[in-house]
Design a protein around this ligand. Structure first.
Ligand SMILES: [Mg+2]
Length: 385
């Protein structure tokens, strides 16, 4: 282990080393999700194990660089052994099933892919659909999982306040666990939360955490009861743990439609959280029709194990991205590496050898590119995971 790793700080690995280690895959989805049919990811084998860099294609370099910081934190520092990593408190993580915005008659088929999951996250407010479509889907899920099952909804910011309030009234009879990102902006969420005050229907913030300049402003402004956190967009396991601690509300760990390698990062985050009261959105390997390992982190008995993933050379080969996509990801990796170098240089006046994850967190607080607030993220084209 290097000095940097022993101190918990992973110095930025050289670009050449990353490019040599990089493998780009294009995995088919089992069901169209988030407007895509294929999930691309760049995988890296670092000293600590396999790690994943997979910001969605439309994200700019400033945002994507934070995902790279997360990938390097997981692959180049030993989450299981580095002193400043909190202990892993659990070895399995209960996960929810994820129901894309499909027709109600497909609900049973999709739930069958999730073994033993007692909680279902149902996508609602899909562009081009109506509240009637959402109600039919939620009704079908409730019928399938019975009264003991838990249903949470994720609108990805697709409703305005009135639409969200109306939908909450219409969908509440199905006994909802919480409503995730019903509206796009923090002020809208705060207003909705006050309108739903007597309803006992918690509001969860997702995009308002991971795409905001200040990830916990949504909590400070009284706009959310819990936060959804994802390891990659928040700059890694340790950065996300700090954000959850600062938020001071319950957290749900979720994926960004990761391969099993990225899901392992999320599982490590979930395992390290002091409190884990909600099932996590880490069962999304079931949304993929192919994965990069022979032992994917799919739900078994309603949970996934906390472990690192060994990728399979044959699967990497079989699902290798086309040459032009491979080149695109390598160019993106190169630009994001330069971005992280710039951040490290900026931070080095305070602490030479600043670690990538720390600069990622600093980025949340002050990088001009991240001044894009919740108001600016497109309501339907982003953040669908
Ligand atoms: Mg979400």
């Amino acid at each position: 282990m290097s000095d940097a790793a022993q101190s918990g700080a992973a110095a930025l690995p050289p670009l050449d080393e990353l490019l040599a280690a990089a493998r780009v895959v294009a995995l088919p989805l089992a069901t169209r999700f988030r407007g895509i049919d294929v999930r691309e990811a760049l995988l890296l084998r670092g000293p600590a194990g396999w790690t994943e860099f997979s910001p969605f294609a439309e994200y700019d370099d400033a945002e994507a660089a934070t995902w790279l910081a997360a990938a390097l934190d997981f692959g180049w520092s030993d989450v299981d052994a580095t002193p400043d990593h909190p202990a892993l408190l659990r070895d399995r993580i209960p996960v929810n099933a994820t129901m894309p915005a499909v027709d109600a008659d497909r609900v049973a088929e999709i739930l069958a892919r999730y073994d033993g999951c007692r909680t279902v996250k149902v996508k609602v407010a899909e562009r081009g659909q109506t509240l009637a479509d959402d109600i039919a889907r939620v009704r079908a899920v409730r019928a399938a999982i019975g009264p003991e099952g838990r249903i949470r909804l994720d609108a990805n910011g697709g409703w305005n306040i009135d639409e969200a309030e109306h939908a909450a009234h219409e969908l509440a009879p199905f006994d909802l666990e919480y409503l995730e990102q019903p509206c796009a902006t923090v002020p809208e969420l705060a207003e909705l939360r006050s309108r739903l005050h007597d309803w006992d229907l918690p509001i969860a913030a997702d995009e308002s955490v991971r795409k905001a300049e200040d990830p916990i402003a949504v909590v400070r402004e009284g706009a959310a009861d819990l936060v959804v956190v994802k390891a990659q967009p928040l700059g890694g396991v340790r950065a996300a743990l700090r954000i959850v601690a600062e938020a001071g509300v319950p957290a749900v760990v979720s994926s960004a439609l990761d391969t099993s390698v990225g899901l392992a990062m999320g599982a490590h985050l979930a395992a390290a959280l002091p409190e884990l009261d909600y099932d996590c959105g880490l069962g999304t390997a079931s949304l993929l029709a192919a994965d990069v390992t022979r032992e994917p982190l799919r739900a078994e008995g309603g949970s996934i194990p906390v472990r690192r993933v060994e990728v399979d050379a044959g699967l990497l080969e079989a699902h290798a991205a086309a040459p032009e996509r491979d080149a695109w990801w390598r160019a993106r990796l190169t630009r994001c590496h330069a971005e992280l170098e710039g951040r490290a240089a900026a931070a080095s006046s305070a602490d030479t050898g600043e670690i990538a994850a720390d600069t990622a967190e600093a980025d949340h607080r002050g990088h001009p590119q991240r001044a894009a607030s919740a108001e600016q993220y497109p309501r339907q084209s982003e953040g669908r995971a």
